[in-house]
Design a protein around this ligand. Sequence first.
Ligand SMILES: O=C(O)C(=O)C[C@H](CCCc1ccccc1)C(=O)O
Ligand SMILES: [Zn+2]
Length: 331
Amino acid sequence: MAVFASGSYDPDSITKYSSITEQIPRRSIQDPETYQLIKDSKPVVITDTNLVTSASKWDLEYLNKNLGDGLFYVYTSNDNRFKYFDNKRAEKCKSFVTPSERHHVTFLQFLQMLKRCARTKEKVYLQQTLNDSVGTNIVTDFLQFNWDWVNKCQAAYGWGSLSSNLLLIGLEGNITPVHYDEQENFFAQISGHKRCLLFSPDQFDCLYPHPVAHPCDRQSQVNIANPDYKKFPRFRNAHATEAIVGPGDVLYIPMYWWHQIESLSSRIPPVTISVNFWYRGTPLPDVIQYPLSPQQRVSVMRNVEKMLAAALGDAEKVGELLRTMVEGRYT
Ligand SMILES: O=C(O)C(=O)C[C@H](CCCc1ccccc1)C(=O)O
Ligand SMILES: [Zn+2]
């Protein structure tokens, strides 16, 4: 077993995907190009924001001592994929097999689950929105985030309010499969390394998301590690851009950009820790410019799916109606 110096990762552990073509640029907060990229809704890794420097001391021991006795959502998966699913919809959708299991546990129970994973090879992923149940030391660290910088960005780009900060503590090998979010995201890496694969929103047709009413809405049906080209032939045309983020890096994931996040193996520390900053998007402009942006086209498609499900009173009937409308007519 190779042991890596603290804070490094094993480059050989990185799965080779055919669809990777380029690297996401890494820029300083001093560099004007950084702000041009964000303005253009393009991904960029900003290397020196000090956004979460106050969290550099967050390791499992410190977090166990200071996170308080609240409950945390921890997902377990028997493969290493943690495909997000809407819990409420999953309960309603009888035929749906949840791709991972959600537990609501104390941090101590999470640590015990981590220990068990070392034996059972099961994977575990803590994904919890930071809330006011955390201890005072975490509040102090949180208040020392570089809010000045991130608030300036929020205002400069006309983003909506900060909706949440998700604390993510994962094991090497954990994968959050390809999905998009309807929020702007400053993804801050605190401990360990993560490989982020991003696909632009105009590749919607190559990534075959689940229907909007499905528990896995916004998630791609394609497993990019083993794509089913019969079901998803256009995935052959997909091209990703990649960044490996380490402690102190902040990846800007623009709203509607597809992303897959993989925790890279590094013996020290055995876990990866990240905190994201999700912002509601810029409100629609008063005058819509044509042609619509790829993001706006995704939003239109989502609205059509929602309206048809409501109009038909049954989301299961949307596909049939759309086929009737399109086949032989709009082809
Ligand atoms: O920050 C982001 O957007 C990420 O995708 C980070 C990702 C975990 C996100 C889990 C999730 C996905 C969809 C809805 C709610 C929660 C990771 O780091 O593994
Ligand atoms: Zn995401």
